[in-house]
Ligand binder design. Structure first.
Ligand SMILES: [Zn+2]
Length: 476
């Protein structure tokens, strides 16, 4: 009671102090029911990709926006797979802000789900279902922000553009790539916020937040060994499998040089500040510039924290090996496929030259294999978004306000649609709600068979999302 009274007095003071400027502040407590309603409705629409029939979810979003008087465009390359775009116009004093969520989800194996994958069941403070943390959380938060801006009739310095994408989970040709190729003016913006960051809780307490500012560039490379075919009873030194095996071993052993950028250097420095002494020492070592310390801690990270080791450099993982078809035949060909994740400022040509030196075998061709496919045929390299931009600072300030924690700028080792937007010159930042670090290993994370979100964290994320959009776009 005393707290309630105190809060009431505080809000009175806040109202009288702010009445001169009258900044619009949504009634978030009252909005929670509506947030939950839209979130559950979206989780209950099956948008598993493939096949990725996003249409019903796109229609739902469209109808919610239109009911509020916000005009909506459906942009579709495939009628079942529309992208939803809506725009709130500002004065044009600044260039637009784009907020993004995706409509599709990865597939489910319904047998493995305790709560149905499209149930949106509420249980013990969680909401369960496919997409609850990837990406119907971002989708719903962005939707709620649009509704509030419109209801508050908030004067804006820049347009706020909402994009609900199709095809994020592996069909970017119908989603972001199609929208960029055919309708770029509908989404062109100075800044964007999308999935890819988040807030990490440990034992129920917030530990740190992450804003994704860049990501590694996925490239497939094949090693194709060629030799003479023959009878297995007469071993040959040209055996393609033997040559390939040597090459794969050499490549797996090879560690491309450590190469940090602004984001990863800041990431390790800041992480050191909130880590136990042993880990902190390794994080400091890798940014020390001292080659001996760097090598020592690189080895430690490779053994103990492989994701962090991957953040240090272009990484190579041999993931497919093929060759031979019967016991008594020496095959003429064998192939290994490498998953190469380049740091954004890697030169593909230079890397290829290095890789060939490592393979060092004239009987083996080393070639890019075109993975992952893109509409342009080029790999998706959007570079690195700045960590001193207005959009980054606003997001960091909102994290301090809502989560009282430190922000780590982050480079994803995996790929996201932001790379395509960054390629077009947008400064993009990945954000997300808070989740318990314990949830992933227990099987409750994104893409798991029991995906879930903390209900309170969904609501906190809406408030955080509101603040960053409002601060960045409102008329000043
Ligand atoms: Zn996603």
């Amino acid at each position: 009671m005393r707290h309630a009274l105190f809060a009431a007095v505080l809000s009175l003071i806040a109202v009288s102090a702010s009445s001169a400027q009258a900044p619009f502040q949504p009634d978030f407590a009252a909005l929670e029911t509506e947030t939950l309603r839209h979130f559950q409705a979206l989780v209950r629409i099956d948008t598993s990709d493939p096949p990725g029939v996003e249409k019903p979810a796109a229609d739902y979003v469209k109808q919610v926006l239109e009911a509020e008087g916000i005009p909506v465009q459906l942009l579709a390359d495939d009628a079942n797979r529309p992208n939803v775009v809506a725009r709130l116009e500002g004065s044009g004093r600044k260039r637009p802000l784009l907020i993004v969520g995706h409509l599709d989800t990865v597939n489910v194996d319904p047998k493995k789900w305790q709560h149905g994958p499209f149930s949106a069941d509420r249980d013990g403070g969680y909401i369960y279902g496919r997409g609850t943390v990837d990406d119907k959380d971002n989708l719903t938060a962005a939707l709620m922000v649009m509704l509030q801006l419109k209801r508050g009739n908030v004067p804006l310095d820049r347009d706020v553009i909402f994009l609900a994408e199709s095809g994020e989970e592996g069909a970017t040709r119908t989603g972001i790539e199609f929208v960029i190729r055919d309708h770029f003016s509908a989404i062109d913006a100075e800044f964007c916020y999308a999935e890819g960051g988040g807030v990490t809780r440990e034992k129920g307490a917030v530990r740190y937040a992450q804003i994704q500012t860049t990501e590694k560039v996925p490239n497939g490379i094949d090693l194709v060994a060629r030799g003479v075919a023959g009878h297995g009873s007469v071993p040959l030194q040209t055996n393609a499998i033997a040559h390939l095996s040597k090459a794969v071993a050499a490549v797996a052993e090879w560690q491309p040089a450590i190469n940090l950028n602004d984001t990863t250097a800041q990431y390790f420095k800041r992480l050191a500040g909130i880590s136990l002494p042993e880990q902190a020492r390794h994080y400091r070592n890798v940014v020390s510039g001292n080659s001996k310390l760097m090598a020592e801690s690189d080895a430690w990270l490779r053994a103990n924290e492989p994701r962090h080791a991957s953040m240090l450099r272009t990484s190579v993982s041999p993931n497919i090996i093929q060759g031979g078809y019967r016991n008594n035949v020496i095959p003429s060909e064998a192939t290994a496929t490498l998953d190469v994740r380049m740091i954004p400022d890697e030169s593909p040509e230079r890397f290829m030259a290095q890789l060939k030196t490592v393979v060092n075998d004239p009987s083996i061709d080393v070639v890019f294999n075109g993975w992952p496919p893109t509409l342009t045929g080029k790999s998706r390299n959007g570079g690195t978004s700045r960590i001193d931009s207005e959009a980054y600072k606003v997001a960091e300030a909102a994290i301090t306000k809502h989560y009282q924690t430190i922000t780590l700028p982050t480079m994803s080792t995996g790929a996201s649609d932001m790379a395509f937007l960054r390629e077009k010159g947008m400064q993009c930042y990945g954000i997300g709600p808070a989740a318990d670090v314990e949830d992933g290993p227990k099987g409750f994370g994104a893409h798991s068979d029991q995906e879930r979100i903390l209900e309170a964290e969904l609501h906190r994320f809406v408030r955080y999302h509101w603040d960053i959009v409002y601060e960045l776009a409102r008329a000043q």
